[in-house]
Design a protein around this ligand. Structure first.
Ligand SMILES: Nc1ncnc2c1ncn2[C@@H]1O[C@H](COP(=O)(O)OP(=O)(O)OP(=O)(O)O)[C@@H](O)[C@H]1O
Ligand SMILES: [Mg+2]
Length: 361
């Protein structure tokens, strides 16, 4: 029933070797594991008709043209993600198997390619089992990625909510090991947040990074990527509370020093505060930022960050440089109990808090 088809983007050839067309179905499937063939057939209806009421297919979430599903088949449980390809240039990108500004970064081919790369270089991604492509007028219109179902895992965000202080410390230790691994191989996950890290419920040491569509390899200065990832992750987990900034910065410094294996520089320090404080991606191209080779213009980054409505609450607050000037420099631990001066400083900043509850992203 499965016939070999040879037209495939070159970038995808390894290690998913066999390319199969499942019968007269709408989808062309590239299977890395023959056992997943029945899942592919199950998903053909989803792929062809945008019909999600298919036996064995449970929709977990639909968001921005992406539909996450759990598929139960005779071969077990699988995770599948349907990616709608819009606009037209992304359809061309998926057809050519390229990732760039013109043809888009987050089509199914990019996610497959990047996830395989992360799995190979870090061992901390879930290697995909298959990629299905549904074409219209000759061009890919939607793609489906199939991965093993992570049984007994939950998102880092959920694990964090459930953990006590000791559990949270352990999770942070593992997160810093994960960032260190990425640092060592020069990778930057552009959507590094608590929903895109999965943790085994019974072993926080078992972490997997998912959703690797937007990723940069061979970053020239991994310290920039790592500082951004440390800061963003802490901001996502704890929420943005200006009064807690000294504590959070201290934590971030320790994590970054562990990740880079060297003391935190003044530039890295400022980048940490930027990432802890601001949501950067709305008005700053993180892709361009982590590709920087020279020193950064941090003041202009802050000005741009403040243009975003997401950071509106921080307009009028002390600048990053002023915050840093008021705190002990990197390498000096902030005292566990606040001094009177520090409490006064915190009180002055308190009105800048963005509100209670951890931010998810
Ligand atoms: N292999 C897997 N096994 C079990 N659950 C998974 C697996 N991969 C992802 N999930 C769950 O599905 C959710 C969505 O997955 P993913 O982030 O890849 O999709 P997405 O639609 O691109 O998400 P978003 O765009 O919202 O970040 C994850 O947050 C996680 O809860
Ligand atoms: Mg996600």
């Amino acid at each position: 029933m499965l016939a070999i088809s040879l037209c495939l983007p070159v970038s995808l050839q390894a290690p998913i070797d066999d390319v199969v067309t499942a019968g007269r179905s709408a989808g062309d499937w590239r299977l890395g594991d023959a056992a997943v063939g029945t899942v592919a057939l199950q998903l053909n209806a989803v792929l062809a008709n945008d019909a999600f009421e298919v036996p064995g297919v449970e929709v977990l979430r639909r968001r921005k043209g992406r539909t996450a599903m759990r598929v139960s088949s005779e071969g077990g449980q699988f995770f599948a993600k349907r990616i709608e390809l819009r606009p037209l240039r992304k359809r061309v990108g998926a057809a050519l198997g390229v990732q760039n500004r013109l043809f888009g970064y987050d089509h199914g081919v990019a996610e497959l390619d990047n996830t395989l790369y992360v799995a190979r270089t870090t061992g901390q991604a879930v290697a995909p089992l298959a990629l299905g492509t549904f074409r219209r007028h000759g061009l890919p219109q939607a793609q489906v990625l199939i991965q093993p179902w992570l049984e007994g895992y939950l998102t880092l965000g959920d694990a964090w909510q459930q953990a006590d202080t000791v559990g949270r410390r352990r999770l942070l230790d593992e997160v810093q090991c994960l960032i260190r691994r990425f640092h060592q191989v020069g990778l930057c996950h552009l959507d590094f947040n608590p929903t895109n890290v999965m943790v085994a419920a019974d072993d926080p040491g078992e972490m997997k990074v998912i959703d690797c569509a937007r990723l940069i390899r061979d970053v020239p200065r991994p310290d920039i990527a790592s500082a951004l990832q440390v800061g963003k992750m802490l901001r996502s987990l704890y929420g943005r509370h200006e009064s807690e900034l000294p504590t959070r910065l201290n934590q971030a410094r320790e994590m970054l020093a562990f990740v880079t294996d060297s003391p935190v520089s003044a530039e890295q320090d400022a980048l940490l505060v930027l990432a802890l404080r601001y949501q950067l991606s709305k008005t700053i191209s993180i892709r361009r930022l982590v590709r920087a080779t020279g020193s950064l213009d941090l003041r202009s980054l802050e000005v741009r960050a403040l243009r975003s409505y997401k950071n509106a609450a921080l307009r009028g607050c002390p600048e990053v440089s002023q915050v840093l000037a008021a705190l002990p420099s990197a390498g000096t631990r902030v005292a566990a109990t606040s001094s009177a001066a520090q409490r006064a400083e915190e009180a002055a900043m308190a009105h800048c808090d963005s509100g209670p509850g951890p931010a998810r992203r």
